[in-house]
Design a protein around this ligand. Structure first.
Ligand code: SAM
Ligand code: SF4
Length: 428
């Protein structure tokens, strides 16, 4: 979502004359879009400002804008802690960014941190989303009312908000007109989407009617919002991809309760079984928080067992990070040596499962959406239905096309292959 937001901020400031520059040392404005989900992300922001300060020590100071969730959470604190910052603008105030910049004078620090998602999306939908990418993000929902005890999202992104259905469809059509073939619908709880009774399933079926869009994905979803209609999408949709990112956080019911997740392991497994029955090729990915206060060795083993049962194709795992203002902030922390040892074990297991899965595609032919050339421009790069990167030789005219690739070898994240000869003839 931060990538989507950054692009939309850029779509906006372009209107008042800003351009992107690779010349880091010559920029007259730095705009940092920030994440507050874990503490490390916040510290990176201050570190980055330190770097900018060093570069400009002997030169005229650039305009420094902090956008995103750190800006929302720290607001005035940021302006006090780091006087080098000029403007602080939270994620629901991007519609004000142009005026804020234009009204800025160097005597006046400005903070914009109201929650006003309606105005923001009305404004952003008037400015074309110029992603121009074959795989494009599209935010449909923001914020959260669930208040898991570890999480800052309800405080930084505000209450759950679903964008108007037609506003989203217009953006999807415009992305298709610019060449998008795949759309990734975004939200902190994307499957809680509800615009006056129109749900995520309705959106998926409407977007799939756009001829040029051939793949649809959504992220991130919450187990409690995997409703029957959404599960049935996997029966009836021809364009939904068979990979579901459905975070579970822990394999222990006790820890889930402590986290205030409001779902159990059995409920999660039930969703897994129902989807596998519909299509055995569907794969799951997840998020895990390791070392949540109260997690003991047995809880940790339960998480390992769950990982081995579900065989997640790809997952994110992090040590618990206490966040300001959350219920878990003041709980007794688990010793760092224990949590980092647990994280290592979990990540090793996740990695093994992931490598096995990728290896299982070797010598098979899979459909790949060609996204771009590799950075060194020697090969092409695309994605499988399961989001794995696939690298192969080919002409750059193939960018934006779907092509059958025979997988020759693979590692954790990437598969390497060659264009299937029959597919090559069809594309030619
Ligand atoms: N809404 C989604 C859900 O409920 O599963 C998750 C969205 S959250 C923005 C993304 C991920 O960040 C979470 O799934 C969680 O694993 C991780 N996360 C959130 N707060 C965290 C914390 N305090 N420490 C470590 N990881 C955290
Ligand atoms: Fe955070 Fe997701 Fe829980 Fe909401 S449901 S509080 S976004 S982890």
């Amino acid at each position: 979502m931060n990538e989507y937001d950054s692009n939309r901020i850029f779509d906006s400031v372009k209107k008042i004359g800003y351009e992107k520059t690779e010349k880091y040392n010559e920029a007259n404005c730095y705009l940092l879009n920030t994440c507050h989900i874990r503490d490390k992300a916040k510290e990176k922001v201050y570190h980055e400002i330190g770097r900018v300060k060093k570069i400009f020590r002997a030169k005229k100071k650039p305009l420094v804008i902090i956008a995103g969730c750190v800006a929302q959470a720290e607001n005035q604190e940021m302006l006090k802690r780091e006087p080098y910052i000029d403007l602080v603008i939270g994620p629901q105030s991007y519609h004000k960014i142009n005026d804020t910049i234009l009204n800025y004078t160097d005597k006046k620090k400005i903070e914009e941190t109201e929650f006003d998602a309606v105005s923001k999306f009305e404004y952003l939908s008037r400015i074309k989303n110029e992603s121009g990418k074959k795989t494009s993000f599209l935010t449909i929902q923001e914020g959260c009312d669930k208040f898991c005890h570890f999480c800052v999202v309800p405080f930084t992104r505000g209450p759950e908000y679903s964008r108007p259905f037609n506003q989203i469809l217009d953006e999807a059509k415009s992305l298709a007109d610019q060449g998008a073939k795949e759309i990734i619908l975004l939200g902190q709880n994307v499957n809680a989407y509800n615009d006056d009774g129109l749900k995520l399933s309705d959106l998926i079926f409407s977007i799939e009617k756009i001829k040029d869009i051939e793949r649809i994905r959504y992220t991130t979803s919450h187990p409690n919002d995997m409703s029957d209609d959404l599960i049935n999408v996997y029966k009836d949709s021809k364009k939904i991809m068979p990979l579901i990112h459905l975070p579970i956080q822990s394999g222990s019911n006790k820890v889930l309760k402590l986290m205030n997740r409001k779902h159990t392991i059995d409920e999660y497994l039930n969703i897994f079984d129902r989807l596998k029955k519909i299509n055995s090729e569907i794969e799951f990915s997840s998020d895990f928080i390791i070392g949540y206060p109260g997690e003991d060795e047995n809880d940790f083993k339960d998480t390992l067992n769950l990982i081995n049962k579900i065989k997640f194709i790809n997952s994110y795992s992090f040590v618990f990070s206490p966040r300001p203002g959350t219920r878990a902030e003041k709980l007794k922390q688990i010793d760092k040596n224990i949590t980092s040892a647990r994280l290592k074990i979990i990540q090793k297991q996740l990695l093994e499962n992931q490598i096995k899965k990728n290896n299982s595609f070797e010598n098979k032919i899979i459909k790949v959406l060609v996204e771009n050339q590799t950075d060194d421009k020697t090969k092409l790069f695309g994605r499988s239905e399961y989001m794995s990167s696939v690298i192969f030789d080919g002409n750059k005219n193939l960018i934006g096309k779907f092509i059958d690739i025979k997988i020759l070898k693979s590692n954790q994240l990437t598969m390497f292959g060659e264009i299937d000869q029959i597919s090559k003839m069809k594309v030619a």
